[in-house]
Ligand binder design. Structure first.
Ligand code: PMP
Length: 429
């Protein structure tokens, strides 16, 4: 039955290799394959399904819109669906956070919003160079790839990836070298030979690069440095945004305001393609049509995006329930990591995971979890991290069940639990 995938589809396919079943249905945190086997989904479409699969609050307005004969494809034309999205985004997200961004619709994917951000930063500053971080991931088109770290992905470009340099992400060096030492020096030294960059692009938590989470102090210092040197700060919130870390934008708790923000993945609330590039109004120097794309006006995505903002983000109880879910997940995985030799916790919020000294462990654990009915992927340059991204809306029972499967899979692969210090033996915090 599945022969056509193997015979016709390109070798480039990847998830269908880890999970070689045909998924036929999906609801909430569950996907069902063609044999009727159910899987708990701790993958959430790599962050595109933060509210789970087919949430009724987004599906109902979508079905009504489709039946109403509303516009499906709209370039960047005005439609009621787009108007309602813009108004709701302003009312529910921007204004309560005192953010005064202009909203640009690039093409509907993460890499599209990153390309738009890089292009705008270069156009605005008149500079070419962009700085990005070790282990960053920003997308697969040439501009985004040039600011991405992973060597296997970069190699695929087939041409030199230029006009960008990598600088160490938080905790990349020895823990002794002061943060940003190199950057501060070269920016102040006219003899450094390092071109002043147009922008620095950063993920607050590196989704693909191993779930490293930057400290808030580190992010604040980065923002300060950018301001001092008139370098634009771009936060790529494609994966960490839309609530993944507990707040709508992943930079909120750090108290910084980036010049440009990239959003995609869960902004549509439904898995439909959609992306936004947000920037300070002064940066809005685009000429009409200077950057465009056929699929900027994906109206069904606007409908579901509006529904998700109203259903989840307009309701303050959503964020407090999310905080509880994060607490449960964090305390469980801390306990699991503590009782597993060579394991540690990575990430922040519901963009989190367990890193293993043995670089093969995470891949084996993900495979074992799949056999037991749990979908999760790995992250990091050597796939050394088991990545946990359950839906933000997951029930306490499903979360527990998924974590039980994960714990059992870890034991199967790494051996029995090791003794953990008891409360009395544990060192004082
Ligand atoms: N930026 C980040 C931080 C991402 O995690 C991703 C996708 N994993 C992208 C950009 C690219 O998004 P897309 O795959 O939709 O192009």
């Amino acid at each position: 039955m599945t022969d056509i995938f193997y015979s016709l589809e390109s070798e480039v396919r990847s998830y269908s290799r880890s999970w070689p079943v045909e998924f036929v249905q999906a609801s909430g945190a569950t996907q069902t394959d063609s044999n009727g086997t159910q899987y708990l989904d701790f993958f959430s479409g790599a962050g595109a399904l933060n509210y789970g699969h087919n949430h009724p609050a987004v599906m109902k307005p979508l079905v009504e819109y489709l039946q109403s004969g509303g516009v499906l494809h709209g370039m960047d034309m005005m439609t009621p669906a787009k108007r309602e999205f813009l108004q709701t985004f302003k009312d529910v997200i921007l204004e309560p956070r005192d953010l005064h961004y202009k909203v640009m619709f690039p093409g509907p994917t993460g890499t599209n919003t990153v390309e738009a951000a890089l292009k705008l930063a270069r156009k605005y500053t008149g500079r070419q160079h962009i700085l990005s971080f070790t282990n960053a991931f920003h997308g697969m088109t040439l501009g985004s790839l040039s600011v991405t770290g992973n060597s296997m992905k970069r190699q695929g470009a087939g041409i030199p990836l230029t006009n960008s340099s990598k600088i160490p992400y938080d905790d990349y060096l020895d823990g002794e070298t002061p943060d940003f030492l190199w950057l501060e020096r070269v920016l102040e030294d006219s003899g450094s030979g390092v071109d002043k960059p147009a922008a620095i692009i950063v993920e607050t938590v590196q989704g693909e690069g191993g779930l490293r989470a930057a400290r808030f102090d580190w992010l604040r210092r980065l923002a300060e440095l950018c301001q001092e040197h008139e370098i634009l700060l771009i936060v790529d919130d494609v994966q960490a945004g839309c609530g993944r870390t507990g707040t709508f934008f992943s930079f909120e708790e750090a108290g910084i305001t980036p010049d440009i923000v990239c959003l995609s993945k869960s902004i549509s609330g439904s898995g439909l393609p959609m992306a936004l590039t947000l920037f300070r109004p002064e940066l809005d120097i685009w000429s009409p049509g200077e950057h465009n794309g056929t699929f900027r006006g994906n109206n069904p995505a606007f409908v579901t995006a509006t529904a998700a903002l109203r259903e989840f983000w307009a309701d303050p109880s959503f964020q407090s329930r999310l905080a509880d879910t994060i607490d449960t997940l964090q305390s469980r995985i801390e306990a699991i990591a503590l009782s597993t030799s060579g394991a540690g916790v990575r990430g922040r919020g519901l963009l989190t995971g367990i890193v293993f000294d043995d670089p093969e462990a995470a891949t084996k654990i993900a495979a074992e979890a799949f056999r037991e009915g749990l979908l999760l992927e790995t992250s990091g340059p050597q796939d050394e991290v088991v990545k946990l991204m359950p839906p933000l809306t997951i029930s306490a029972e499903d979360l527990d069940r998924g974590l039980d499967i994960l714990e059992a899979a870890i034991r199967t692969v790494t051996g029995p639990a090791v003794d953990t210090p008891t409360a009395t033996e544990a060192p004082a915090a």
